[in-house]
Design a binder for this molecule. Structure first.
Ligand SMILES: [Zn+2]
Length: 260
């Protein structure tokens, strides 16, 4: 059974929230992805994974809207970026409404790294303000991990993103326009630089990474592999989600024990 807030009637929504108390939101971006992938790649990928996660948790799936914070692609045709304030206001408003509806746990399933700082800021603010728990899932990084052994790489417009779009709608993948795999000198190092969690730098325009705005090996993605994309990545998310919730539980029980 799928509990999509937009599809349900009002009484159905009330029932679904009362039962699960959990909302799953997909968060992505509309931005250029080279000549071969749709501008909505990140949003479609987030939605695929979020739906699976919501189903697995029996939670309410809450559409967020397709846009994200992506100044790095601004000015490249097909890109529409939100300002950080707009994104944060939108996420705050949606989650606040859901808290009012009775949601206690939020799982934010994101596929766009430009959203991360804003997501984290809103999640910590709202968790501080309300009796609600937020968990962030960076589905693109989970995908990078689960496909690494099979040679899958998370690059902008590369193998893993092409795989996600084959899973979403193969008609939107113009593989023949991608040409050969591209790997501009230094691109991998630049990606590693900005994605480190220790010492890292920034990229403010995608052309710093690759002249034509994307790189990687779209040919790695096959339709056969795409069949299980959503469930494989969602499994990776759910496994770690369990670890996060268990950690919180252990600590909560310990504190409750101390209070007695
Ligand atoms: Zn992308």
């Amino acid at each position: 059974m799928r509990y999509d807030l937009a599809d349900m009637t009002s009484p159905e929504a009330a029932e679904a929230v009362a039962r699960s108390r959990t909302a799953v939101l997909p968060i992505g971006s509309i931005e250029q992805h080279g000549p071969h992938l749709p501008n909505g790649t990140d949003t479609f990928a987030a939605e695929l994974v979020a739906r699976e996660v919501a189903d697995w948790l029996d939670a309410v799936y809450v559409p967020f809207g397709p846009y994200g914070v992506t100044p790095i692609h601004a000015g490249h045709p097909g890109t529409v970026t939100l300002r950080r304030e707009t994104f944060e206001a939108l996420l705050t408003d949606i989650c606040t409404e859901l808290v009012g509806m009775g949601v206690e746990t939020f799982v934010l399933v994101n596929w766009h790294e430009g959203n991360i700082a804003s997501m984290n800021a809103v999640a910590t603010d709202l968790q501080d303000r309300y009796d609600a728990t937020f968990v962030a899932a960076q589905a693109c990084y989970v995908a990078q991990r689960v496909y690494r052994d099979q040679g899958g790489e998370l690059t902008h417009g590369g193998g893993i993103e092409t795989l996600a779009m084959l899973a979403h709608d193969p008609a939107l993948v113009k593989a023949d326009r991608a040409g050969e795999a591209t790997r501009p000198l230094g691109a991998e190092e630049m990606d590693a630089m900005r994605r480190s969690s220790e010492v890292y730098g920034f990229i403010t325009d995608v052309s710093e990474l690759a002249d034509d705005g994307w790189y990687g090996n779209p040919a790695w993605a096959t339709q056969e592999r795409a069949e299980s994309f959503a469930s494989v990545v969602a499994d990776g998310v759910i496994e770690l989600l369990g670890t996060v919730m268990t950690a919180r539980d252990i600590r909560r029980r310990q504190r409750e024990g101390q209070d007695r």
